[in-house]
Design a protein around this ligand. Structure first.
Ligand code: UT7
Length: 336
C-alpha cells in the first residue's frame, strides 16, 4: 500500500487574468423600442446605461470563454499545455456534452488537462475561484484556468421587460498557480446555496419545470424567469451578510480591504451595502453602467478590468462577493 504524502503547505497566486466582451451594444433606448420601458427608469432602478451582446453568428459562450482564457494565459506568459485543469462556470453552455471547458481545452491545446463546467449562476466565477484555490493549495493541481461566462442574450425573452433590461454578455478568466508562500491566495471563502428559493430565478426547459404559479401561457421555455422583487430582497441581505461575514472571519475592517470586487447585478444593491457597512466607496468597483449584469461573467470581468487598470492595491487583501440563481451566494478574501 502506498502511504499518501503529508499535506502540502503552499499558497496560490493569480498568474494572469483576461476577459472578453462582445462589441455589439444594446442601449436602454434600444430596449425602449422593444418594450414599455425607458432609459430614465432603467438608469434609476439599476444604474445600467447599456450592455454588450454577442453576434449570434460568430460569438457565444464557447468563443467568449476561450478568448478570455487565452488572454489570461497570454498575460501570464504561459502555454495552455501547462494547465492541469480548466473550470468553466456558466448557465449558458452551448452543449451540456461536451462541456465548454473540454472544448476550449481542445481548442487552446490544454489536452489532457481535466476540464468541466459548473453551474452556480452569478456565483459561478467565485465558486470556480474557491474550488481552484482549494485544489492548488492541497497539491492536487499545480495550475488551473478558470472562466466565468454567460451568453445571457441567448436566454433572454426580449418581450419580458422585468428581465431583459438587466443582462449582458461577457466572460472573465484567471490562471491560478501554486506558490511557496501559504499566506497567499484565498484566506477565507464561503460557498452556499438554498435550493428552496429556486423559483425566483430559473430557466424552464419543459412545461414540467415551471414553478407553482407560473403557466405555459406567456412564458417562453428556454428563457430566464425572474421574480425581481424576491431576488432583490434576497440579494440585499445576502450581499451585506456575505461581506460582513467575510470581514469578520478574516479579521479585517472595511478599510483594511484593498478592493471590493462585487457581482454587478444592480447598482442599488451595491450602494446599499456601501452605505450600511460603511465600505470605502472608492474601493468598490462598479462597471454595471456599461455591461449590465453578465451573470457568471461579472466578477471575472471586474477582476480583469481592475488588474489591467492598476486599481487593485495588492498590499491589502481583496474581497470578492456574489449571489445568484439557485439561490447561491459566495465570498472570497484574496491575499495577493
Ligand atoms: O444576479 C442576480 C440577478 N437578478 C437580480 O439581481 C435582480 C434583482 N432585482 C432587481 O434588480 C429589481 O427588482 C429590478 C430592477 C428587476 C426591478 O426594480 P424594482 O424597483 O424592484 O421594480 P418592481 O419590480 O418593484 O416594479 C416597480 C414598477 C412596477 O409597476 P407598478 O406595479 O408599480 O405600477 C413594474 O411593473 O415598475 C414596473 N416595471 C417597469 N417599468 C418600466 C418593472 N419593470 C419595468 C421596466 N420598465 N423594465
Amino acid at each position: 500500500m502506498k502511504i499518501p504524502p503529508p499535506p502540502v503547505h503552499r499558497g496560490v497566486r493569480i498568474a494572469g487574468t483576461g476577459s472578453y466582451v462582445p462589441e455589439g451594444l444594446l442601449t436602454n433606448d434600444d430596449l425602449a423600442r422593444m418594450v414599455d420601458t425607458s432609459d430614465e427608469w432603467i438608469q434609476q432602478r439599476t444604474g445600467i446605461r447599456r450592455r454588450h451582446i454577442c453576434d449570434p453568428t460568430t460569438e457565444g459562450t464557447l468563443v467568449m470563454s476561450r478568448e478570455a482564457l487565452r488572454r489570461a494565459l497570454d498575460q501570464a506568459g504561459l502555454e495552455a499545455s501547462s494547465l492541469d485543469m480548466i473550470i468553466v462556470a456558466t448557465v449558458t453552455m452551448e452543449m451540456t456534452c461536451p462541456s465548454t471547458a473540454a472544448r476550449i481545452a481542445g481548442e487552446l491545446g490544454a489536452t489532457p488537462a481535466a476540464a468541466f463546467d459548473i453551474t452556480a449562476a452569478c456565483c459561478g466565477f467565485l465558486y470556480a475561484l474557491n474550488l481552484a484555490d482549494t485544489l492548488v493549495r492541497s497539491g492536487r493541481a499545480d495550475r488551473v484556468g478558470i472562466v466565468g461566462c454567460d451568453w445571457m442574450s441567448s436566454i433572454i425573452d426580449y418581450d419580458d421587460r422585468s428581465c431583459s433590461i438587466l443582462f449582458g454578455d461577457a466572460a472573465g478568466a484567471a490562471v491560478l498557480e501554486a506558490t511557496d508562500d501559504p499566506s497567499k491566495g484565498c484566506i477565507h471563502q464561503t460557498m452556499h446555496a438554498d435550493g428552496r428559493g429556486w423559483p425566483a430565478l430559473y430557466i424552464p426547459r419543459r412545461d414540467r419545470d415551471l414553478a407553482d404559479g407560473d403557466t405555459v401561457e406567456g412564458i417562453r421555455l428556454g428563457c430566464l424567469r425572474m421574480n425581481g422583487r424576491e431576488v432583490y430582497k434576497f440579494a440585499v441581505n445576502q450581499f451585506q451578510n456575505s461581506i460582513s461575514g467575510a470581514l469578520e472571519a478574516a479579521e479585517l475592517t472595511p478599510d483594511e480591504v484593498g478592493s471590493y470586487i462585487c457581482h454587478q447585478s444592480n447598482l442599488r444593491i451595491i450602494e446599499s451595502a456601501v452605505e450600511k457597512l460603511g465600505l470605502p466607496r472608492e474601493k468598490v468597483y462598479v462597471n454595471i453602467d456599461e455591461y449590465g449584469n453578465s451573470s457568471a461573467g461579472s466578477v471575472g470581468l471586474c477582476l480583469d478590468q481592475m488588474r489591467t487598470k492598476g486599481l487593485i492595491d495588492e498590499s491589502k487583501p481583496s474581497l470578492l462577493v456574489a449571489f445568484g440563481g439557485g439561490m447561491t451566494w459566495s465570498s472570497c478574501v484574496w491575499n495577493w
